[in-house]
Design a binder for this molecule. Structure first.
Ligand code: FES
Length: 325
């Protein structure tokens, strides 16, 4: 049996900021000279996010499991992830600052310095490389007058290089903030099938960004835990996108006082409903708590059929498999 051991045990009681080294990937990432805010400044700014973080942590049996999401919330609140905010995340998630720092610097999606309004993330991995990524990156650097890892003086553009974005067939590709962009069509950034970046399309994308900045004072705020996967401009994740996993292991057994229904659910589930079949229809017969492991249907009989519906926020899982008592 594998036992989960939290590295909280190894956390120094009063770790100092100097313990954090400079991550290697920053050589090609967000490296603008930045004044790091103090822990007090960071925690004051994040106080408005504390309630949301607490609600998130309540969904995890081990707080450390929510670390990635807490870092997303920080980035959404502050626009980047300062070093001391990583310590704040570690404190909230009950893990060591060193562990949180390792996580925060492993993923290039976390920004370790403020960036421009449009973060151009060019893929430099193999498929994009052989289809001309290096040329496109150099053209972008020349056009914007900055090098990789830098931000334009007007604070509009930053350039970073990233590894495979999973759109290899379109190479060379880039993300503009959270969205793929290899062209502009119908007034939107798009990535049509098999259409990669070239100089002409890059010009269109840069012009689109400038036009947007002239029209819109700032980018609409996205739900940091929804918009990421929804990848839709300015809109949170739609309720049916990536539904939570259904309740598993649903069993119905006859007991002295009716029928016992049991199940297992993922930590993200926020509410549950038990349904019993009545003819061809399903009827809700109870809403057990998310910590409950069993529901007794006092009116259940031999042959009654049950299913469990799990919900996470506004997202509803597929009904579980049906279980007959
Ligand atoms: S190599 Fe660039 S998207 Fe995969």
């Amino acid at each position: 049996m594998i036992e989960f051991v939290s590295n909280t045990k190894f956390a120094p009681s009063n770790p100092k900021a100097e313990e954090f080294g400079e991550p290697l990937h920053l050589q090609k990432g967000h490296k603008s000279a930045t004044t790091q805010p103090t822990y007090e400044e960071v925690s004051a700014k994040l106080s408005s996010a504390e309630q949301r973080v607490e609600a998130l942590l309540n969904q995890y049996p081990v707080k450390q499991g929510a670390l990635l999401e807490v870092l997303w919330i920080i980035q959404s609140e502050l626009g980047w992830v300062p070093k001391e905010s990583v310590r704040w995340a570690a404190k909230m998630c009950d893990c060591s600052p060193a562990h949180a720092w390792g996580v925060a610097t492993f993923y290039t999606m976390y920004k370790h310095a403020p960036t421009g309004r449009f973060l151009l993330q060019f893929c430099q991995n193999i498929c994009c490389h052989i289809t001309g990524a290096e040329d496109i990156i150099q053209i972008a650097e020349k056009k914007l007058g900055i090098k990789t890892g830098e931000t334009t003086k007007d604070n509009l553009f930053s350039i970073v290089r990233v590894e495979c974005l999973g759109a290899c067939g379109n190479g060379p590709v880039m993300l503009v903030n959270d969205d793929f962009a290899t062209d502009v069509a119908g007034g939107e950034l798009v990535m049509p099938t098999n259409v990669g970046l070239n100089e002409e399309r890059l010009d269109k994308i840069i012009a689109w960004c400038k036009e947007r900045a002239a029209k819109l004072k700032q980018e609409p705020k996205k739900d940091p835990l929804g918009g990421i996967t929804g990848a839709v401009h300015g809109e949170p994740q739609s309720p049916d996108f990536a539904p939570p996993p259904p309740a598993l292991g649903v069993k119905a057994t006859q007991v002295d006082n009716g029928v016992s229904v049991v199940w297992k659910i993922a930590p993200e589930v926020t509410s549950l409903a038990v349904e019993r079949k009545n003819g061809s229809k399903w009827e809700a017969i109870g809403n057990p708590g998310i910590k409950d492991k069993e529901f007794i249907d006092a009116n259940g009989k031999a042959g009654s059929e049950y299913r469990v519906i799990a919900t996470s926020g506004a997202r509803v899982a597929k009904p579980s498999v049906e279980a007959k008592s």
